[in-house]
Design a protein around this ligand. Structure first.
Ligand code: PBG
Length: 327
C-alpha cells in the first residue's frame, strides 16, 4: 500500500504526547465529596463496607471539609445520621438536627470556598428507612412527604447550605421545595435534582453508612433499571419544576442514561458514583485483583467522558491530591 496510513498509535508514543492529545482530563473543581456526620460519637466511625470512609464527628467533618477546600474540590454533599429516629423523620426538620448542625459547622469552617450541598430526604431520619412517610398500607405517601421536604429544605437553607439535593424521588419534589425556599426568602439557594435515580443494588454499603433500618426496597419511587427513555421524562419534569442542576445515579451502570441526559440538558449534569461502586473497586484492589489507583482514575474518567460536568465520588479528596501531585 502506498497511501499514507492512519496510525493512531503515533499519538500514544510518549506520556507527553498522550497528555497533549487527551480529550478529557479530570479537575478537582468538578468533584463533589459526599460526607456523613453522625450524632453522639466522639471518634470517627469507620464504615466497614466502605474502607476509608467514615461517619464523621462534627470536628472530623470540619477537617474533611477544609481539606477538600484546600485541594480545590468543587463541593461537599452532606448526610446526617441522627441518634433518634421516628416514623416521620422529625430529626430532619429539627433546626438542631444533626444534618442542620453539620451544615452550619461546615459553612462556618469553609464559608463560600466550597459549595455546600445537603441531602433533602427522610431515609436517614425515619425508623423504617424509607425516603418518605408511610400511609396506612405501608406505602410511601408522596404528597405528605412533599410537605415535610419543604420544611427540611428551609431548615437546611437557614443552616447555610448553598445547594440542596433532594434525593427521595417523590413526584413534584422540586416544585414544592422551590416554592418553600422562595417563600422563606431563600431564592438564591439552588436545587441539584436527583432527577434520574434508579432503585439499585449498589446502594448496599450506604445502608451501613447511615445505619439505615430499611426493609424491602424503593422500587415504588425510584426508577427501574429496565428504563432508559423514562430518565428523560424525569429530567424534563425536574427542569420544568425549577431544577438548577440534574443528576444521574448510580453512575457506572447508567452511563448510557448519563450520556442521554448530558445531550439534552440545558443545565449542569452531575453523576453520583455511589457506595457500591466504591466498595467494588476497593474490595477488588484489597485482594490485589486490580490496580487501585488506575481503576479509580479510569472509573471517574469514564463518568466524565459519558457527559458528567460534576461527579460525586467518595474518592474526591484522594483524587484531587493525585491530580495536584501530577501537575
Ligand atoms: C437517599 C440517598 C441514598 C443515597 C444517597 N441518597 C440511598 C438510597 O436512595 O437508597 C445512596 C448513595 C450511595 O449509595 O453512595 N437519601
Amino acid at each position: 500500500m502506498s497511501f499514507p496510513q492512519h496510525r493512531p498509535r503515533r499519538l500514544r508514543t510518549t506520556p507527553a504526547m498522550r497528555r497533549l492529545t487527551a480529550e478529557f482530563r479530570l479537575d478537582p473543581a468538578e468533584l463533589i465529596l459526599p460526607a456523613f456526620v453522625r450524632e453522639g460519637i466522639t471518634e470517627p466511625n469507620p464504615i466497614t463496607s466502605m474502607p476509608g470512609v467514615v461517619q464523621h464527628t462534627m470536628d472530623s467533618l470540619k477537617k474533611a471539609a477544609s481539606e477538600a477546600a484546600e485541594l480545590g474540590i468543587g463541593g461537599i454533599m452532606l448526610f446526617g445520621i441522627p441518634a433518634e429516629r421516628d416514623a416521620v423523620g422529625s430529626a430532619g426538620t429539627d433546626p438542631n438536627g444533626i444534618l442542620n448542625r453539620g451544615i452550619a459547622a461546615v459553612r462556618e469552617e469553609v464559608g463560600d470556598e466550597l459549595v455546600i450541598m445537603s441531602d433533602v430526604c427522610l431515609d436517614e431520619f425515619t425508623d423504617h428507612g424509607h425516603c418518605g412517610v408511610l400511609d396506612d398500607n405501608g406505602v410511601v405517601d408522596n404528597d405528605t412527604t412533599l410537605e415535610i421536604y419543604g420544611r427540611m429544605a428551609v431548615e437546611q437553607a437557614r443552616a447555610g447550605a448553598h445547594v440542596l439535593g433532594p434525593s427521595g424521588m417523590m413526584d413534584g419534589q422540586i416544585a414544592v421545595i422551590r416554592h418553600a425556599l422562595d417563600t422563606a426568602g431563600y431564592t438564591d439557594v439552588s436545587l441539584f435534582a436527583y432527577a434520574a435515580k434508579y432503585a439499585s443494588a449498589f446502594y448496599g454499603p450506604f445502608r451501613e453508612a447511615v445505619d439505615s433500618q430499611l426493609k424491602g426496597d424503593r422500587r415504588t419511587y425510584q426508577m427501574d433499571a429496565s428504563n432508559r427513555r423514562e430518565a428523560l421524562l424525569e429530567v424534563e419534569l425536574d427542569l420544568e419544576e425549577g431544577a438548577d442542576m440534574v443528576m444521574v445515579k448510580p453512575a457506572m451502570s447508567y452511563l448510557d442514561v448519563l450520556a442521554d441526559v448530558a445531550a439534552m440538558s440545558p443545565v449542569p449534569v452531575g453523576a453520583y458514583q455511589i457506595s457500591g461502586e466504591y466498595a467494588m473497586i476497593e474490595a477488588a484492589a484489597a485482594n490485589g485483583w486490580i490496580d487501585r489507583r488506575r481503576a479509580i482514575e479510569e472509573s471517574v474518567l469514564g463518568i466524565k467522558r459519558a457527559g458528567a460536568n460534576m461527579i460525586l465520588t467518595y474518592w474526591a479528596t484522594e483524587l484531587a491530591a493525585w491530580l495536584k501531585e501530577s501537575k
